[in-house]
Design a protein. Structure first.
Length: 133
């Protein structure tokens, strides 16, 4: 793993949250993007060499909607940048971690992504992400 790539925060209202974080960081988000397969709309703020990703559900059955229903708004996941997502997935599976997907999925911000089950990571949802080439 190379670095913390971003921290994902589940929000109920992306527009209102963009304004909160614009004030907090004293700058606007640089990108909004929908990931239809996950039922989410995202917004990214760049901070030095890492990012904050705000996530709003676009449908009731999305993972973000379910998260907010159970836990409310807040930190949803921590994403780590990896050089080779395929080899990192294999390594972590061999170490006993449970992968939530067997193949990398297309994620926001031009990334391939894979999530690790939080029951193996002290309750923290971990995302692996690799820049698409």
């Amino acid at each position: 793993m190379l670095k913390i790539e971003h921290i994902g925060i589940a929000v109920k209202n992306l527009e209102a949250s963009n304004e909160i974080f614009r004030k907090l960081f004293n700058k606007a988000h640089y990108k909004e993007e929908a990931v239809e397969t996950e039922g989410v709309k995202t917004s990214f703020f760049a901070l030095s060499d890492s990012k904050i990703e705000l996530l709003e559900a676009t449908r009731e059955d999305s993972p973000i909607a379910k998260f907010i229903e159970k836990r409310g708004e807040g930190i949803h996941h921590i994403a780590f940048e990896v050089e080779d997502i395929y080899s990192e997935m294999k390594r972590l599976e061999n170490e006993g971690f449970i992968l939530l997907n067997t193949e990398p999925k297309n994620g926001a911000d031009n990334k391939l992504v894979c999530f690790l089950h939080p029951k193996n990571t002290n309750g923290v949802l971990i995302e692996l992400c690799q820049e698409k080439k």
